[in-house]
Design a protein around this ligand. Sequence first.
Ligand code: BES
Ligand code: MN
Ligand code: ZN
Length: 491
Amino acid sequence: MIDFSLRADHPSNTKTDVVAVAVHEGQKLSWAAQDIDKASKGALAAAVKAASFAGRAGAVLPLFNLTGVSAARVVVYGAGSGNALSAKDARATGRALASCAVELEQAELTVFPLAEGAVDAMQQMVLGVSDATYRFDETKGTSTKPKPALKRVRFGMPEAAAKAAPAALKNAVAMTHGIEFTKYLGNLPANHCTPTRLGDEAKKLAKSHGLKVTVMDRKAIEKLGMGSFLSVTNGSEEPPRFIVFEYSGGKKGDAPTVFVGKGVTFDTGGISLKPAGDMDHMKWDMSGAGTVFGVMKAVAELKPKQNIVGLVVACENMPSGRATKPGDVFKSMSGQTIEVLNTDAEGRLILCDALTYAERFKPKAVIDIATLTGACVVALGSHNAGLFASNDKLADDILAAGKKMNDRFWRMPLEEDYQEALNSNFADMANVAGREGGAITAACFLWRFTKKYDWAHLDIAGVAYKGSGKEKGATGRPVAALVDYVMASEK
Ligand code: BES
Ligand code: MN
Ligand code: ZN
């Protein structure tokens, strides 16, 4: 884990392995680049000119042994044409600078952000450094690569940003701890990351971070009457878990924010079996649960003065002689009955019982996070997660946090008109509607269980992981947005 901190010296006399300063398009030097240029008697500007450095955001140019500069390596980074870096550009810059330091095999990087928007840019750079240095090698056997050399990242903040910087840095660092934990759980294969393992990880996290946790087994889940949740576990040899995290930073009796995560540790589809292609992706079907773990970890580190509850519903969705069959009817904890027309629409079946359980906390708001529908991926692709909400203020707050952290959501409709498609002749509702508006009808199903509180549903099927290529793996989304959402209400 990288050690992040703030420092106060000037760019030119910073004793560090690599010092990073910005240059805009048109080879216009930032305040920090000017400081180095002055100390090196124009060597920085001359090098930038000789390299025809265009200053595009995300670009880096390493320079070595500038006279009059304490650090032996200066990396110039592009700052584009505006006065401030966008969240996206700042994150790309963080990634590029960290990769550069890793390639140069240096242990310490000191970054000087632009004067304008320095605090927000610093947060994104922290996330970018995490992106670039994160490794998953738990299940590598003999081919593990050496750990990145980069160990410490310092930020030299411009005067005007000095006051807000410490809290912002702390928040961003806690986000990376949460994100990296979420990625870790997601990237574990399903034979490692079973519901039992999630229960054990929950206890471990609670112990190390001072959280209260209750891990319930099948018997306890039966006792709660979670017949809908249990219907999904019928075909699986792996026992289910229901996990309740409680963080109490607020006063006793303060209404908590409740996060609920879908933790299907592997989704075969059940009897409504999925096709074989890319089925390995369904190890990430616990990414909503992983997000709850990540958020709880960050929250426990940041200690906001609020009460926060994290609920995780964990099971496998498997076919077998005992598995749920299409047409089977089950009674949910709410008393409402459900005709399971498609066993692959299992996420809503496990979430609905957790959403009913959430009522007992008399919550301020409930936010569920789930890789719920392929339809959401078709609608929004992989840049925005779907946001559905029964309350506009809650929706706006989540949208704002997502925008700020560049961990974006796009609001989708939640309207009664869509409910009709879930009608059943044999139960209070069916678990699927037609193909049309699949992400919306899934949200409408959940909506029927959330009438007693303000509720938001985040469909993260498109954003939780990258399914192919060099970066195949969990993304840790939307931990950053949700932690920012929690911390924004501290002010
Ligand atoms: N876990 C899937 C959703 C999913 C699809 C996540 C692709 C990530 C990538 C979910 O359980 C599912 O199978 N949903 C079905 C619902 C359908 C049967 C109504 C789907 O999207 O096809
Ligand atoms: Mn499914
Ligand atoms: Zn699923």
